[in-house]
Design a binder for this molecule. Structure first.
Ligand code: VG1
Ligand code: CO
Length: 542
């Protein structure tokens, strides 16, 4: 039943910020997915007879690759596969299932916030037994295997029925099709005060949750409407579609503009939220106020003790380097540790496992805690709801009170998408070459205090990750950060992160782009963004 199939390596299977992401036609090349999956198994040790969790965000090509992964898991000697019904598991739910059932690890099929469809994006990533994305050491080992692979193993087991919950035998291995929502919903119920949330909705609290035709639809329907009693229609676009209805399932102010407009409108609901393709990101918009993800992680950390799951307080907070320093001020006030990591959730795993951090966050709309080892979109939404219920205040009140207490970190990210790779690399190379000469010089009247290429020294395992983003820090704490995206699938995406701290309460209601105008201009002066990219303005501003 088990076949060993000869294959040739592909040279482009290096995992990025979050797994391997490519266009669907790339994945459809002969043995492309098989090569990568076999390379994952080849880089692992000791899984014979153990359990592998498999699930995806439901995008185009999900079912095909799931069948392949199941047949290859059987051939490689796994004892059991647990797979979400219909091939569905949100990223945080997969993380939870791996942990709850003590699986050896999991394969998550997703390209997250990238669009889906026959000509759009697909992705594969491996999560380890702690439920978290493979650390760099493992992704490097997987990449090394992809370069030398000569065969893969697959079992002839026919097509597994992914739609019927239950257990079947296939190729000497057990396949259990599980309800993708049940375990996750139960976990949320253990962390948050569901009675208080039911009472909130009963009192007439109105909410909009936009699942963007991506994986969180069934989760939001079950938790918000069925369990918490929010009115029918609270969850929008809740049926996962293989092409996300033709949209980018990226919950930001560009791709979820309709939600933003509704929340700023005259008859706005009390609270608006959205999640991305694989359910690990969150967009939070209160009635009349957008909450930046960097602010959101700070505000959630400051108030987390109001939710039952966090009433003992936090051990520490971790944020990715480009995320604003708002969370640092909360950590300082709470007297707990603050950790600054490179971009990508895989860097939080060690801190969470070592119980050094309880809440983690990224400026890209990712927030999560030690309940799983991934960022978690609905979790962030439920924690916000729990805080709103406990404080009896609006999101806007909570945000403005937070700024008054801690000061406001004006923050924005400018993305230049699909820039020619050579031009983007030239920008970065040039910038790197002049880093040493920048400190002490002034741009637009602002003095540069330091400039470097961020390197992370993991305090738990001692590993070092270099070249994780170029930072230019000004006197007074303002900064601009430059890095190239590791999740895009065509050309290069330049991300420019801009931040300025404003302690003065009377200056907390400025327009963000205006408040940052000097720094935005300085970023262009320093890096020559326009001349290098040939773009007059960013493609996306968040
Ligand atoms: C982006 C974000 C990063 C996030 C990653 C995965 O990476 O900036 O913060 O962890 O996407 O998110 P990059 O390398 O493109 O900047 V998800 O929701 O796409 O898995
Ligand atoms: Co995602």
């Amino acid at each position: 039943m088990i076949r060993t199939v000869a294959t040739k390596p592909y040279s482009d299977q290096k995992p990025g910020t979050s797994g391997l992401r490519k266009k669907v036609p790339v994945f459809q090349q002969e043995h492309y997915a098989e090569n990568f999956i076999q390379s994952i198994f080849d880089a692992l040790d000791g899984f014979k007879g153990k359990t592998l969790v498999i699930g995806g965000d439901g995008r185009f090509y999900n079912r095909e690759v799931i069948q392949t992964a199941i047949a290859m898991a059987a051939a490689n000697g796994f004892g059991k596969v647990m797979v979400g019904q219909g091939g569905i598991l949100s990223t945080p739910a997969a993380s939870h299932v791996i942990r709850k059932y003590k699986a050896f690890g999991g394969i998550i099929l997703s390209a997250s916030h990238n669009p889906g469809g026959p000509h759009e994006d697909f992705g594969i990533k491996y999560n380890a037994g702690n439920g978290g994305p493979a650390p760099e050491k493992l992704t490097d080992a997987i990449f090394a295997k992809t370069k030398v692979i000569s065969s893969f193993k697959i079992a002839d087991i026919g097509t597994v029925d992914l739609d019927t919950i239950g257990t079947v035998e296939a190729g000497g291995m057990t396949v259990e099709v599980i309800d993708p929502v049940a375990d996750y919903a139960e976990l949320m119920e253990s962390l948050f005060d569901f009675d208080a949330l039911r009472a909130l909705f009963k009192s007439g609290f109105r909410m909009r949750f936009d699942a963007m035709h991506a994986v969180t639809g069934p989760y939001a329907k079950e938790i918000l409407e069925n369990r918490l009693g929010a009115p029918n229609g609270t969850a929008r676009n809740f049926i996962p579609l293989p092409d996300f209805g033709g949209h980018h399932p990226d919950p930001n102010l560009v791709h979820a503009k309709h939600l933003y407009d509704e929340m700023m409108g005259p008859d706005a609901p009390d609270f608006g939220a959205a999640s991305d393709g694989d359910g690990d990101r969150n967009l939070i918009i209160g009635k009349g106020i957008f909450v930046t993800p960097s602010d959101s992680v700070a505000m959630l950390a400051a108030n987390a003790h109001l939710a039952p799951g966090y009433k003992a307080g936090l051990k520490g907070i971790a944020r990715s380097m480009p995320t604003s320093g708002a969370a640092d001020r909360v950590a300082e006030k709470l007297g707990i540790g603050i950790y600054e990591t490179p971009t990508g959730w895989k860097f939080f795993g060690n801190l969470l496992d070592a119980d050094m951090a309880t809440i983690c966050g990224e400026e890209s709309a990712g927030t999560g805690s030690n309940h799983v080892r991934e960022k978690d979109g609905l979790w962030a939404v439920l924690l916000w709801l729990n805080i709103l219920a406990a404080r009896g205040e609006s999101a806007k009140q909570i945000v403005t009170e937070h700024w008054a207490a801690y000061g406001r970190n004006y923050y924005s990210r400018h993305d230049y998408e699909e820039v020619e790779t050579d031009r983007a690399n030239a920008l970065v190379d040039e910038l790197r070459a002049k880093l040493a000469s920048l400190p002490g010089t002034s741009v637009r009247g602002m003095k540069i205090a330091s400039a470097d290429d961020f390197a992370y020294h993991d305090p738990v395992d001692g590993s070092i990750a270099k070249n994780q983003g170029i930072r230019v820090l000004f006197e007074g704490g303002s900064r601009v950060v430059f890095r190239l995206s590791g999740t895009g699938t065509s050309g290069a995406t330049l991300r420019v992160y801009i931040e300025r701290y404003e302690p003065d309460k009377s200056r907390h209601d400025l327009d963000t782009q205006e408040a940052l105008a000097d720094l935005i201009a300085a970023a262009d002066d320093i890096a020559g963004i326009r001349s290098h990219t040939g773009r007059a303005k960013p493609s996306v501003i968040t």
